[in-house]
Design a protein around this ligand. Structure first.
Ligand SMILES: [Zn+2]
Length: 243
């Protein structure tokens, strides 16, 4: 999970969202969730606009904003519609998720701290790396806070298929970085650019971001080979890859 910049929705979509929210607010409390759900599934055009905008914001090739592995197929309501139907048409409450993260892991879960504040980290609102740290040697996340622990658990960020995938992504990124360096040495800017695109379009964008941030940490040399460390420190590379 990496930090993502939220883009603006087209103005006509925003107007439509405001209208729908007003309609939901006018429905008696006990019928609001069911009505909001019906309105959400009924406005296919608006959902397509939202999904397309989220796909632009998503890491890599429209990857899921939680796992970073699968293609994002669903518009996820970060705060579940069942809990707060008034946020059904709230753009700030929409994320792109794969069906596995959405339907098998996160579902309707939205844990709160003892003081009532939400625990889950929204990657479009804050930097997940403030709450979770990715181990590049095992491909798993460790929590840095209670919110990080809740996010790892609810989103299933350490399921085995993801930890294995992250290790494979690290190998692919390192290979592409070495090729990028060779292409520059040989004066082949096209190949060098191709390697940057290869890295940017890899699933598991979190792996490359974790590598870029590891370089200045104590112990970086225990995790990354000297050649990879040298490349990751290059400002030319960081400018192109750092989220
Ligand atoms: Zn996912």
């Amino acid at each position: 999970m990496i930090r993502l910049q939220r883009l603006a929705l087209p103005a006509d979509a925003t107007t439509r969202m405001t209208t729908h929210t007003g309609e939901i607010a006018g429905i008696p409390h006990q019928r609001r969730s069911a009505a909001a759900r019906k309105m959400w599934s009924g406005d296919r055009t608006l959902r397509a606009v939202i999904r397309a905008r989220l796909a632009e914001m998503a890491p890599g090739l429209e990857r899921c904003m939680y796992c970073g592995d699968n293609q994002g197929s669903d518009v996820d309501h970060f705060e579940p519609l069942s809990r707060n139907p008034l946020r059904t048409f709230d753009w700030l409450n929409h994320l792109l998720a794969c069906s596995i993260c959405n339907s098998h892991y996160k579902r309707d879960r939205y844990p709160l701290a003892a003081d009532g504040t939400p625990l889950l980290v929204d990657p479009t609102a804050e930097d997940p790396f403030d709450h979770i740290r990715l181990s590049l040697t095992v491909g798993a996340y460790a929590p840095l806070s209670d919110r990080g622990a809740a996010t790892i658990e609810v989103c299933g960020l350490n399921r085995p298929v993801l930890t294995r995938g992250r290790l494979a992504a690290r190998t692919a990124v390192e290979r592409a970085l070495r090729m990028w360096d060779r292409a520059r040495t040989l004066g082949d800017p096209e190949l060098a650019d191709e390697m940057i695109v290869t890295v940017r379009e890899q699933p598991f964008a979190d792996v490359c971001q974790a590598m870029l941030r590891t370089v200045d940490r104590p112990g970086a040399a225990d995790v990354l080979a000297p050649e990879i460390l040298r490349l990751l420190r290059s400002s030319a590379l960081r400018r192109r890859l750092l989220a």
